[in-house]
Design a binder for this molecule. Structure first.
Ligand code: NAI
Length: 420
């Protein structure tokens, strides 16, 4: 009997079919899995993984296990777990999972602790909750044995870099998010499409003609704005970075302060990784019926406490839709309790993009095993050759061939004398 805490083992058959469906869209990871099965690069390594428990993550877990790792998986968000996937991982693949969709804060942390008590040599994290807890509470115990870890998302990387800056980071970490084959595709096209998927599944609204505000024009914001425009919404972008703001203008979006956008906004979605981006004063200025949601990592981009204070009543009107009625009768709809909408109300990113993200995760784990002895307590990016290799395999799987530099072109591009 595996040690685990999941919702219901009888959900396993449905989860297995969905894991296999995703696997069909993950050719790069499949190739890595086949190689790992032969070479066993992670043999004897204990891994504690804290990731969204989705079909794509299941295929990553299968890959690590084939590579010889002894793994435990816990959720990186209380609302993103797919219970059927958790069940199948336990029942069909023999992988211990600690994750239940909708778990409360105490259970979420209990599950993180269960993953830590696995006694990892390596970690995989999405948002730095696992590595943060290891550093805060287990510095003299479990952390000592950890040789390194990987981090999946922008917010986690920001936290780890500030740990490094403060001298607090005790292990080397590979920032998977910083690979180009990760954030160019996962953050942009993955979050762009799946956030709309979450919005539509939760609300079933028509997007065309709506004033759709995207807060933050980073990788995720660009994808979301692009896709919302494609569905016919009138997209407005808000930013704090002047360069990104110009980029949004030249990409064809209206850019203004959120204060200015709020009175006419039908939908506002945050993707900033920042705090209280939608604050009390914005909620006070909202028009009746506004929909507010977040697809950034943490649920603190919207000031939900202020929303609670401003409301005279609150009720759940659909799955993942809470209606707050303000004292003057205006209604504000908050989706998925302000947690990442694409994973809470939909299934997260399509497998075809997670294929590249998780290829980076698997190769990141292998890289740590090979290089830990010479790595410092820093945040690293995977070498460019690995990024390029993932892109090459992906192109091949899509049946796309590209040109290669001729010797003459290589010489030309490497020289400073020619061309004058
Ligand atoms: P990024 O750093 O590329 O972009 C964030 C943007 O938000 C920056 O341009 C920044 O200037 C802007 N910003 C910061 N504070 C702001 C404010 N008060 N108002 C308006 N704009 C503001 O980050 P990226 O990669 O786009 O990630 C954003 C968030 O989404 C992070 O929390 C990340 O972890 C998360 N994420 C979520 C995913 C999902 O599946 N939902 C997938 C990938 C990332």
């Amino acid at each position: 009997m595996l040690n685990c805490d999941i919702k219901d083992k009888s959900l396993a058959p449905k989860g297995k079919l969905r894991i296999e469906w995703a696997d069909n869209q993950m050719p790069v990871l499949k190739l890595i899995r086949e190689r790992f099965a032969k070479e066993k690069p992670l043999a004897g390594k204990k891994m504690s993984c804290c990731l969204h428990v989705t079909t794509e993550t299941a295929n990553l877990m299968r890959t690590l296990k084939e590579g010889g790792a002894d793994i435990v998986l816990c959720a990186s968000n209380p609302l993103s777990t797919q219970d059927d996937v958790a069940a199948s991982l336990v029942v069909d693949y023999g992988i211990p999972v600690f994750a239940i969709k909708g778990e409360d804060r105490d259970t979420y942390y209990k599950h993180l602790i269960a993953a830590i008590e696995h006694g990892p040599d390596m970690t995989q994290d999405d948002g730095c909750d696992l590595v943060g807890l290891l550093h805060q509470n287990y510095r003299d115990t479990y952390l000592k044995n950890v040789i390194g870890g990987t981090e999946e998302t922008t917010t986690g990387v920001i936290r780890l870099k500030s740990m490094e800056k403060d001298g607090a980071l005790q292990i080397p970490i590979i920032a998977v998010n910083e690979s180009e084959t990760k954030h160019f595709f996962d953050n942009r096209y993955g979050t762009g499409q799946s956030t709309l998927d979450g919005l539509l599944r939760a609300t079933n609204i028509l997007l065309c003609g709506k004033n759709f505000v995207v807060c933050g024009y980073g990788w995720c914001g660009k994808g979301l704005a692009m896709r919302a425009k494609g569905m016919g919404a009138n997209v407005i972008v808000t930013e704090v970075d002047p360069v990104k703001a110009i980029e949004a203008v030249m990409d064809g979006f209206r850019v203004m302060k959120l204060d200015e956008a709020m009175p006419s906004a039908d939908i506002v979605i945050t993707v900033t990784g920042d705090l209280n981006v939608v604050d009390r004063r914005h909620i006070e200025a909202a028009k009746d019926g506004i929909i507010i949601a977040n697809s950034g990592h943490f649920n603190d981009e919207i000031n939900i406490a202020a929303m609670e204070e401003l409301a005279k009543s609150k009720r759940t009107v659909r799955d993942f839709v809470d209606e707050y009625t303000l004292k003057d009768g205006r209604r504000v709809y908050l989706l998925a309790e302000g947690r990442l909408l694409n994973l809470a109300a939909a299934e997260g990113h399509p497998a075809i993009v997670m294929d590249m993200s998780f290829a980076n995760q698997a190769l990141g784990a292998e890289y740590i095993v090979k290089n830990a002895a010479k790595m410092e307590k820093k945040v690293y990016i995977l070498p460019k050759e690995i990024d390029n290799e993932i892109a090459k395999i992906k192109l091949k799987s899509m049946g796309i061939e590209i040109d290669v530099l001729t010797e003459e072109q290589k010489r030309y591009l490497a020289s400073w004398q020619s061309g004058t």
